[in-house]
Design a protein around this ligand. Structure first.
Ligand code: 13P
Ligand code: ZN
Length: 281
């Protein structure tokens, strides 16, 4: 069934686990993530970034998820990941997305508060929760320097949450998007310090490639939503490449899509166990 992330994340917070949020790029990846959730009896968040929504419309991704979610007993949320404008946030919200991230982290503290508050006001009117971000998760944001970047400051996080009324907060504690060249060293003490003064669910970004034990420790310290994107793309593409290498004459997209889908499903099932969301339904 299609749900918002509001109760889903509060339920996770109450019971000390996290929900996996998995980025999808096509129909097969949507099928894979939902099949994994059903097999593991796990709530799940399916999300798309602005660049994915340039490739195909929010309506198209939403329709894929909705068609499967309607027939499923597991709670499924459709989330805008790293929403980069008020307009895109409203576009996804109007087409049925059940959860929105507005990422004002490249902006100044005050501008981030203003943008986040505007989205919160519009979304909350319709019961849609909003994730915000404070601090700089590496990778995509590396080149953006607003003078206030870097790791999330606990006191600023407290003020930010109080002033914006956002429902969950992405924190910067040393992770980065994309493929890691070296294992990241996370600032777990900082995460605990944020948790002490911020009581809404916290979100970990850039989790592909982070050691499972480190992810588990983050969940213990207050992370309730864990984002995986890069490794799903790698898993899907690995399956496609394998089939084409085994039989270069294959031309039916269903043939290689099947293997890609299977690898994504396996990966997602594994990560659902890591974040502790299995057997919750
Ligand atoms: P990765 O691509 O590093 O898994 O990051 C996922 C993410 O944070 C999506 O918002
Ligand atoms: Zn992210």
């Amino acid at each position: 069934m299609l749900v918002t992330t509001k109760e889903m994340l509060l339920e996770a917070q109450k019971n000390h686990y996290a929900v996996g949020a998995f980025n999808v790029e096509n129909m097969e990846m949507v099928q894979a993530v939902i099949a994994a959730a059903e097999e593991m009896r796990s709530p799940v968040i399916i999300q798309t970034t602005p660049s994915t929504l340039k490739y195909a419309s929010p309506e198209l991704y939403f329709a894929n998820v909705k068609a499967l979610a309607q027939k499923s007993v597991v709670p499924i949320a459709v989330h805008l990941d790293h929403g980069n404008s008020f307009e895109l946030a409203m576009q996804t919200f109007r087409c049925g997305y059940t959860s929105i991230m507005i990422d004002g982290s490249p902006k100044s503290f005050e501008e981030n508060i203003a943008l986040t508050s505007a989205v919160v006001q519009a979304a909350h009117g319709a019961g849609i929760p909003v994730e915000a971000e404070l601090g700089t998760v590496g990778g995509k944001e590396d080149s953006l320097d607003n003078g206030e970047g870097g790791y999330t400051d606990p006191q600023k996080a407290k003020e930010f949450v109080e002033r914006t009324n956002c429902d969950s907060l992405a924190v910067a504690i040393g992770t980065a998007h994309g493929v890691y060249k070296h294992a990241p060293k996370l600032d777990l003490e900082r995460l605990s310090a944020i948790r002490k003064v911020v009581d809404i669910p916290l979100v970990l970004h850039g989790t592909s490639g982070v050691d499972d034990d480190v992810v588990k420790e983050c969940v213990k310290r207050g992370i309730c939503k864990v984002n995986y994107a890069t490794d799903l793309r790698i898993a899907y593409t690995k399956g496609v490449k394998e089939i084409l290498a085994e039989n270069p004459d294959v031309f039916d997209p269903k043939k290689y899509g099947t293997r890609g889908r299977e690898y994504v499903k396996q990966y997602v099932m594994d990560k659902m166990q890591v974040v502790g969301s299995t057997n919750r339904i």
